[in-house]
Design a protein around this ligand. Structure first.
Ligand SMILES: Cc1ncc(COP(=O)(O)O)c(C=O)c1O
Length: 481
């Protein structure tokens, strides 16, 4: 008698598609497509509304065949612009090394679970090793540790949460029990802080009334003197100065805040110092940079910016790993088999150092950057990026049609044509539409500014010369019109 409630019949009727044939061949074809992809400039792709119309419809009812799959991927490529094009100088462009791309693309084949040591002993070890290398290079002590994140935004949030829980605790507020209830914390940012910091604070339940946006100085830096004035006022008003978020390499101008002065101030008042180093911190690897150490309690990093790694390679690093563990080590009964007897270095559960339990193994692709370039190669690549920015600065300085805005300490250069905002806007549009170059604009002190960022190993001083001559041509045609 069939006593399985008809389960067996229904189960058997649910036929699965047969495994794909020639999977290795398909993989090879896909790899060929990917490796053969040459970076396209942003000006060379169809407008987004046109592209959106190409991808409508329902999901396929049945599996696609090999040719249909390849056809679909092929159809996407013409509208994949790339920040790796050496002419792309907008935002903070990513230019990953070949080996790191290869390792990133292979990572899902291994599909390692790096939330726990048990889940992936080797995956955990490689991530821990790379975090150790990065910490050492940035002068963080052996006691430091961290975790990989999707990017700088999540790294900021992870580190800020850690600092908030810890510093509230030192001030008698049990964040786990009471949240921010009863506390009157104040977080100090500058008007140049990346918006991911404000977003993080809002997501952590910190209202805008607890966030002080301190005006930056003439060089767009956050100074200790400016923050001190606010801190003194807050103490007098009975508020609790909790954290300063400084930046090494602001997104707008590449400014480096007064980290040493802010460190002193934070020490005086028991405040946490977090540094957003997503763009600029790796400049410490270059002797061309003025940065010699990072004395903060935590730092957010983005290997997919100036460490030449493919997207999704942030790191949140905390000076005292115990502080980070206490903020995140919230266990659950279903995780009891993964508890570690001893918390020894290079053998830590990443689930206890960040939010996600399951995430991709990100350490291998960053290891690939070190394997391909070495620390020496990184030093040279970052130095060359800084020198390209200095070279462009020198060219602009010699030409009195232009004025520099901010002080280029890293690899970003901001400048204006000495004319109106609409004229500057027109220059950006003309450069982007009639030359191979692509740059972005920003607003500084209320004025339209042209902004260039060099973090591409494929460009050189000749690229800068060509950019400057295109700029010259565009400006001359504007003046003649
Ligand atoms: C200084 C700074 N912080 C944070 C971020 C955010 O990083 P992500 O885009 O990786 O989340 C950026 C991005 O450009 C940045 O420049």
């Amino acid at each position: 008698m069939n006593d399985d409630l008809g389960i067996r019949d229904r189960f058997d009727s649910m036929g699965l598609p047969p495994p794909m044939e020639d999977i290795t061949e398909l993989v090879h074809d896909l790899v060929d497509l990917a490796v053969g992809y040459s970076p396209r400039s942003f000006g060379d792709v169809d407008p987004p509304e046109v592209v959106a119309r190409m991808y409508r419809g329902e999901p396929p009812d049945h599996p696609l065949d090999r040719e249909q799959i390849l056809e679909f991927v092929r159809s996407l490529i013409p509208n994949f612009p790339s920040t790796s094009d050496p002419h792309f100088m907008a935002y903070v462009p990513s230019h990953p090394t070949w080996l790191s791309r290869a390792l990133a693309s292979l990572t899902p084949y291994f599909n390692q679970f790096v939330g726990t040591v048990q889940g992936s002993p080797a995956g955990t070890a490689v991530e821990s090793l790379v975090i150790r290398w990065v910490a050492d290079l940035l002068t963080f002590p052996r006691s430091s540790f961290g975790c990989f994140t999707s990017g700088g935004s999540m790294a900021n949030m992870t580190a800020i949460y850690t600092g908030m829980v810890h510093t509230l605790g030192r001030n008698g507020v049990d964040f786990f029990a009471d949240g921010l209830r009863g506390a009157r914390p104040v977080f100090y940012l500058s008007d140049q802080t990346h918006n991911s910091v404000v977003k993080s604070l809002l997501m952590l339940g910190v209202g805008k009334r607890s966030v002080k946006i301190v005006p930056s100085d003439a060089d767009f830096r956050l100074t200790a003197a400016a923050v001190r004035r606010e801190v003194d006022g807050d103490i007098a008003a009975g508020n609790l100065p909790l954290m300063v978020v400084a930046t090494i390499g602001t997104t707008n101008t590449g400014a480096i805040d007064d980290i040493d002065g802010l460190r002193e101030l934070c020490d005086e008042h028991g405040m946490w110092l977090h540094v957003d180093g997503a763009y600029g911190a790796f400049s410490l690897l270059s002797t061309e940079s003025s940065l010699k150490s990072v004395p903060s309690d935590s730092i957010a990093l983005d290997c997919h910016k100036w460490l030449y790694t493919p997207f999704e390679a942030g790191i949140a690093l905390v000076r005292d790993h115990e502080v980070m563990r206490r903020a995140f080590d919230i266990s659950a009964e279903y995780l009891r088999d993964t508890e570690l007897g001893e918390d020894i270095e290079l053998q830590r559960n990443f689930r206890s150092y960040g939010l996600p339990l399951t995430r991709e193994m990100r350490g291998l692709k960053v290891w690939g950057v070190f394997a391909e370039l070495g620390v020496q190669g990184l030093h040279h690549a970052i130095s060359r990026d800084i020198l390209k920015a200095r070279y462009l600065t020198a060219l602009l300085r010699r030409d009195d049609r232009f004025e520099l805005v901010g002080r280029s300490e890293l690899s970003i250069v901001c400048f204006r044509y000495r004319g109106t905002d609409p004229e500057n806007r027109r220059i950006i549009d003309m450069l982007n539409s009639s030359t191979p170059f692509f740059l972005s604009s920003t607003i500084l002190r209320g004025r339209e500014v042209l902004r260039v960022c060099f973090i591409n190993r494929g460009s050189d001083l000749g690229t800068v010369d060509r950019f400057f001559s295109e700029l010259d041509r565009v400006v001359s045609s504007l003046e003649e019109a």
